[in-house]
Write a protein that binds this ligand. Sequence first.
Ligand SMILES: [Zn+2]
Length: 535
Amino acid sequence: MPRRAQTPLIAGLSLILVLGIMTVAQTQAGYDLIIRNGRIVDGTGNPWYRGEIAVTGDTIAKIARTVEGTAARVIDAGGLTVSPGFIDPHTHARRGIFEVPTAENYVRQGVTTIMEGPDGGSPVPLKPFLEKVAAARISPNWGMFVGQGSVREQVMGNVDRKATPAEIERMKELVRQGMRDGAFGLSTGLFYVPGSFTPTEEVIELARTAGEMGGIHISHMRDEASKIVESTLETIRIGEEGRLPTQVTHHKIIGTANWGRSAETLRLVDEARARGVDATIDQYPYTASSTSIQAALMPRWAQEGARPQVLSRLKDPDTRAKIKAECVSLIRNERGGGDPRNIVIARCGWDGSLAGKNLSDITRVRGMEPTLENAAEAALWLVEQGGCSGIFHAISEDDLVRILRHPATMIGSDGEVPVFGQANPHPRSYGTFARVLGVYVREKRVIALEEAVRKMTSATAQRIGLPDRGVLRAGMKADIAIFDAAKIRDTATFERPHSYAEGVSHVIVNGQLVFEGGKMTAARPGRVLYGPAHR
Ligand SMILES: [Zn+2]
């Protein structure tokens, strides 16, 4: 009897004891993750300091020189740099994100947030697309801009004329809708049709609408070659008269005759900032750009309307001659950098074997000497066959470095999510962030590590409007990159673009490890991030 009577009592005491131990354990080891011994580069630009970071759930719980207690997972970051995850303000990641939802090319560089809808191009409306992204369970976070060109195309079509007041009202409503759906602002691509058909005043009206709802304006400018100065002034004016932050995206100077003019464009940005215009810049660290052959090498007027109209212009001998003359000039003075060998095919949907060939080779294979005229003929032939994307080597290293040094410049890839091994994409998709840290911080010492990280994290978060990301501080979301500053490097080249960056050891998104030990994990904690007017 006594033994039986004691049993419930012992059981009860045992339970209390177990609960007590659990409570103590939770208090002491209440963290999910601790990163120990790292050199913390916190994203603000401040010098690195030695410290430890504790994460609970999706949030940084504590940062201290030593964090007491234990955690389910401890990472020893001895000898490594711990920084906020990188934020990319300009990607074309919807090319590939549904095939490769891990966005491995970005994550392996330490990127934890990617922005889409650049260059004036986005889905309209955004909401169904964002629901699709959310359902795809992606690894990095994802945010969007609403594209002015897409809005204009939806209301007016691909036409070269001014909008009527009624059309402007309808476009403004689509911009408002985009902002309510979660956009962070308005992107323009005034270089591309139909954005190129838009008078500045019309852009300003739409930009003001986005700005009133808390958004920013980010622009692939009208002309990055001979009219680079006018275009920079236009971008500043859109911010000034639209009363919203304005950003020159993927800032570069195209065409040998224009090299050096970044000194002028940066001076214009400085002057604008001095008088109170919130103008900033982003950039990728390569001396080649990438876009479609048609956009790069055909005049705007020849691209008006739908594809059958474009093709019928090319069929008409007189019109073709005019288009070809302008194409020659674009190869000589702008994206061709004066030589058809500078133009390399990235991808042709209708003939995979052309990827990696340059326009000189293609001209020869077509049975012609690779003169500028014949290369233009070959380029128009490519457009007629179905079009291709290209890589254009026509940027100078001096301009690149000058722009990179500017304090208002942040880093953005302008890349996509490639399917590994497919086509011949620009290496920026695989290498942008690692290249800045490897080549421009470590090898060339153009900027300090802390400054480079600032340009990839807090500067971008502040610009876009992500108040809880971009800095390592208690209370912020736990988006974290851990890398070896002595080893991080890009390995993707123009010849072999499908090659992941090296030197990143761990990447954490919303508190969860998405990359470690050289491999992606099974976790896909990326979230759709919503802008200031979302409801
Ligand atoms: Zn662009």
